[in-house]
Design a protein around this ligand. Structure first.
Ligand code: SF4
Length: 355
């Protein structure tokens, strides 16, 4: 049986009109789409699930309802808001990007790929998503759901990770000549609701007649998976330096992992030799716990040491500038990165009263 390419996009759009997910950044019918909302949602959805993004998105829009408001925001406030979503470079780029849009583009998003790609944090995917969804311009949008969907529709035998060009070309082939935003979102929604990673629901799929994976009974075998490679393990040390009911925190270096975030002092795990931490070597300390934490590209084993700044030996050591004492309550309200929160939570094992 031959595939009817045109029918695929027609069927997807008909299905979308009846079954689109209602999401707070979406617009239906004749309502004018706000590119700001599309942009914020697309940045949040990188590396984070729709379910998790929804409450963050709503709260973000309450605090910074327009690109102008966001361009006036304080970085530390945006970073603190971002805690829990992770990948903080996204928050930094959001702010840089808002400032540029406000100052160079008069608060309006550029409507072409060349200009969009010049903006911080906007790559090929995000620019295509903004162009098609916010401006209904012809652009080829290829996210994770769409990669899986295209691999199945066309029964591709190359694993997704090494097949971007072919997937992009085939997505372009089935992109219709109208309703570009709706079409991109119809594929995202089909991938999320019907053509799911495991057990795709082919019986209720609107394009099953033109899906080669289904026709060849390959839907559960595609896309071909690459064998999982084990992530490297890194080891690090962290230091809870306690002074009565306060602990010592500092701002991490402005580049690299967890850049610029207020954190518990730690080292050896981040490929960064921070000379500011050398004074910690002079403390009397003891090891009291260990945690594991997963980053996308490595697994971390972090030893946790406790240092009591009240004992005479330790109290004689000068605390360098840039380090500050925080009460436990202040630490809890700080919205530190999840790794640091995990370390902080071990303080209860040490019977440090959390007030
Ligand atoms: S028929 Fe099955 S495998 Fe093909 S797109 Fe639909 S759900 Fe996915």
């Amino acid at each position: 049986m031959e595939q009817n390419i045109k029918q695929i996009s027609n069927d997807l759009l008909v299905w979308y009109d009846e079954n689109a997910r209602v999401l707070p950044w979406r617009y239906f019918g004749k309502t004018k789409v706000d590119p700001y909302k599309v942009w914020i949602s697309e940045i949040m959805l990188q590396q984070t699930s729709v379910k998790m993004v929804i409450p963050y998105f709503k709260e973000f829009l309450k605090r910074w309802p327009t690109v102008t408001k966001l361009s006036e925001a304080d970085l530390s406030e945006v970073l603190s808001f971002w805690s829990g979503l992770g990948y903080y470079s996204r928050a930094r780029n959001l702010l840089k990007c808002a400032v540029l849009i406000e100052s160079y583009y008069n608060g309006k998003f550029p409507e072409n790929e060349k200009e969009l790609l010049k903006l911080p944090g906007i790559g090929v995917y995000t620019s295509a998503a903004i162009l098609s969804i916010a401006f209904n311009k012809c652009a080829v949008v290829v996210d994770g759901n769409i990669k899986r969907l295209i691999s199945r529709i066309f029964s591709l035998k190359t694993p997704i990770k090494s097949n971007y060009k072919e997937i992009w070309s085939l997505t372009q082939i089935i992109t219709p000549d109208k309703r570009f935003g709706d079409f991109a979102q119809s594929m995202m929604d089909l991938g999320s609701k019907i053509c799911t990673p495991t057990s795709p629901k082919c019986k209720i799929c609107p394009i099953s007649n033109n899906c080669l994976a289904k026709i060849n009974n390959m839907e559960n075998l595609l896309p071909i998976k690459l064998k999982k490679t084990l992530k490297p393990i890194r080891n690090g040390n962290s230091y809870i330096i306690k002074n009565k009911n306060k602990i010592l925190l500092y701002k991490r270096p402005n580049k690299g992992l967890l850049a610029g975030l207020v954190s518990i002092p730690s080292g050896e795990w981040d490929n960064y030799d921070d000379a500011r931490l050398k004074f910690i070597n002079n403390f009397k300390k003891h090891k009291f716990s260990q945690i594991k934490h997963e980053f996308t590209h490595f697994s971390l084993k972090m030893e946790i040491y406790c240092i009591d700044y009240n004992i005479p030996h330790n109290a004689a050591i000068k605390i360098p500038s840039g380090f500050n004492w925080y009460s436990f309550q202040e630490v809890k309200n700080l919205a530190m990165p999840s790794l640091m929160q995990k370390i902080f939570k071990t303080t209860s094992f040490y019977k440090i009263p959390i007030q």
